[in-house]
Design a protein around this ligand. Structure first.
Ligand code: COA
Length: 146
């Protein structure tokens, strides 16, 4: 089941975020990520996949800067289409907020980088820290075509 998260989901969302093996949270980023997450809990939407009585994945956009802030699936639930189902909802939030392009960053050589390439995202090059910046145009029919 896909639904919008509530504040009650926050602990489990954090657990899923910390359970992943790639794109792990780097220690220097913790407070910035925490601030952004808090803003989104107050003003935006975490889309969550619930299965077996718990949140097993989430996708979330930051409508302030047009980025996909997070896409994370618990390792035990990977490879079943959960990310493919959740990501369009975060992209739709960006489109509804007026963005024409979605952006995100991910570590090179990861399952996530391969996932984005296979799902139509464009590799626009690496940032200073080596993370790849991916972009995807957001058409009005985003939900229908993804
Ligand atoms: C990257 C990540 C989000 C992908 O999540 P996922 O739910 O495993 O992704 P999906 O299942 O939607 O897609 C992965 C594969 O499963 C396939 N799949 C889709 N539905 C399926 C199903 N019902 N049964 C089996 N496989 C399926 C997809 O076709 C896709 O195949 P491909 O890799 O050959 O293209 C997840 O691996 C993850 O959280 N990684 C760690 C954190 C991370 O890097 N996040 C991104 C940060 S930017």
């Amino acid at each position: 089941m896909i639904r919008k998260a509530t504040l009650d989901d926050r602990q489990r969302i954090t657990l899923v975020r910390n359970a992943v093996r790639e794109n792990r949270l780097s220690p220097g980023n913790e407070s910035k990520v925490s601030d952004t997450a808090r803003w989104i809990y107050d003003n935006g939407t975490f889309w969550v996949w619930e299965e077996d009585g718990a949140v097993q994945g989430f996708a979330v956009a930051d409508v302030r800067d047009g980025t996909v802030f997070g896409l994370f699936v618990h390792p035990d639930y990977e490879g079943r289409g959960i990310a493919q189902a959740l990501l369009p909802l975060a992209c739709e939030d960006l489109r509804a907020a007026g963005h024409r392009i979605a952006r995100l960053t991910t570590d090179p050589g990861t399952r996530a980088a391969r996932f984005y390439l296979r799902n139509g995202w464009i590799d626009t090059g690496a940032q200073e820290k080596g993370e790849i910046v991916f972009e995807k145009p957001l058409s009005p029919s985003q939900l229908a075509i993804l």
